[in-house]
Design a protein around this ligand. Structure first.
Ligand SMILES: [Zn+2]
Length: 60
């Protein structure tokens, strides 16, 4: 387990007690599995199409 408590997309801190989303590193359509090694923790709002954007209220 090499995860930290940071979002893999925006680099901001995640709050484990709040909403945390799992993003597939390799999409299942490309053969990715649901195993932990193919998942990364991200913010739900980062996992819904806003990848790459930065947020002023998030410390990178
Ligand atoms: Zn994020």
């Amino acid at each position: 387990m090499s995860w930290t408590d940071r979002c893999s997309i925006c680099g901001g801190y995640l709050h484990a007690t709040k909403s945390v989303s799992y993003d597939h590193i390799l999409p299942s359509s490309k053969g990715g599995t649901g195993e932990l090694e193919n998942a990364q923790l991200v913010h739900p709002f980062c996992n819904t199409g806003l990848k790459g954007d930065t947020y002023p209220d998030v410390q990178a």
